[in-house]
Design a binder for this molecule. Structure first.
Ligand code: SF4
Length: 353
């Protein structure tokens, strides 16, 4: 199966300023045209070559003839949850659909969860996206486009302040695409996100964790979800290749900025990984990185199929308290977007009923 997208890499939304400058030079145009194109795409949010009104028609035509476009995606269905979460379906050039979610953080701020693949190969048993299998990686432009599109859908007084790579797909499986998208998103003369406001979440592709730390200074989140290899093997097949100890070692080696902490995500599945014994064992497993991590507990968000239970609130609190007594920083994720299948682990097109 080809997992690289079979579409030409001529999406201006994935090109660096240097790449646009080289393109403009190749076309024999003056250098300032590159600044104009870059500004239209990344600051003014143009969605077509025709919208670039101060470029000569001749140049727009030449770009189009050469196959360049601004974004190769279309807005699909937009759904809004009663809690203010918005889920946007994004239709790609080849007809595939991915989803991106805007999560309200209060005071007119949103965090955006972006997808990095169509489906996912990792097959985590508690995740709807995992049931879809992997169709293909997204191009860097298709990732950046999710952010550019979302900006057009929120009111002017609302800001998207954080980006999390926690949507459909395993970001580190699409390593090159994700890293290039981060470079575009963090270009200070373009979209200008601080890398500190970007978090990449991985199920634990250990060699790529080190490579990510060397490539871009973003935050890391690990989807851990178990306190023993026996349990993790069952719910996350990736653990057979990269067991917990190697994962904790990679976390220990990952560069973190001063006072920053990495997030260890732990999806609580009733009577699978949510007992007091699990909490005590988790505290032991993470002991060597305790000062570097915060644990984020996520009561499982149900979808039909795998037969798990969402634990009661009292069980979640008990689990949290055990870890806190062992001096861990522990948060419980507030569930957002459950009514529109936009919560963690629920993304992916449902078959028409
Ligand atoms: S949790 Fe993440 S890595 Fe696992 S199947 Fe779902 S999308 Fe893939």
């Amino acid at each position: 199966m080809a997992i690289r997208p079979d579409i030409p890499p001529k999406n201006l939304t994935e090109m660096s300023r240097e790449a646009i400058a080289a393109l403009v030079a190749d076309l024999g145009e003056p250098a300032y045209r590159a600044d104009q194109i870059h500004g239209w795409v990344f600051q003014r949010g143009a969605r077509s070559l025709d919208a670039m009104s101060n470029l000569p028609k001749r140049l727009r035509a030449r770009l189009a003839e050469a196959g360049y476009a601004v974004g190769r995606v279309e807005v699909g269905q937009l759904r809004e949850s009663i809690d203010g979460t918005r889920k946007l379906a994004v239709r790609l050039d080849d007809g595939a659909v991915v989803e991106t979610v805007l999560i309200p953080m209060g005071e007119g701020r949103f965090s955006q969860c972006v997808s990095s693949q169509v489906g996912c190969a990792l097959d985590c048993k508690f995740c709807y996206t995992g049931t879809l299998g992997l169709s293909r990686h997204l191009t860097p432009g298709e990732i950046v486009d999710q952010v550019l599109l979302a900006r057009t859908l929120v009111p002017d007084d609302v800001r998207i302040t954080h980006i999390v790579y926690m949507g459909m797909g395993e970001p580190l499986h699409n390593f090159d695409g994700v890293v290039q998208s981060i470079r575009v998103l963090t270009d200070p003369e373009g979209i200008g996100f601080s890398p500190r406001k970007i978090t990449v979440s991985t199920s634990g592709l250990v060699p790529k964790i080190k490579a990510l730390g060397e490539a871009v200074p973003v935050n890391l989140a690990i989807s851990l979800n178990a306190s023993s290899d026996a349990i993790r093997d069952r719910i996350m097949p990736v653990n057979k290749r990269y067991p917990i100890e190697t994962l904790v070692e990679a976390v220990d080696d990952y560069p973190i900025h001063s006072r920053g902490k990495m997030t260890m995500e732990y999806v609580l599945l009733g009577e699978v990984n949510d007992s007091d014994t699990d909490a005590h064992r988790l505290a032991r497993v993470l002991a060597r990185v305790r000062h570097k991590v915060r644990i984020n507990l996520i009561p499982w968000n149900p979808f039909q199929g795998p037969g798990y239970d969402r634990p009661e609130e009292a069980r979640v609190r008990a689990f949290q308290q055990i870890l806190e007594r062992r001096r861990y920083t522990v948060t419980v994720r507030t569930t957002k977007g459950l009514d529109i299948d936009a919560a963690c682990g629920q993304l992916g097109e449902r078959p028409a009923s």
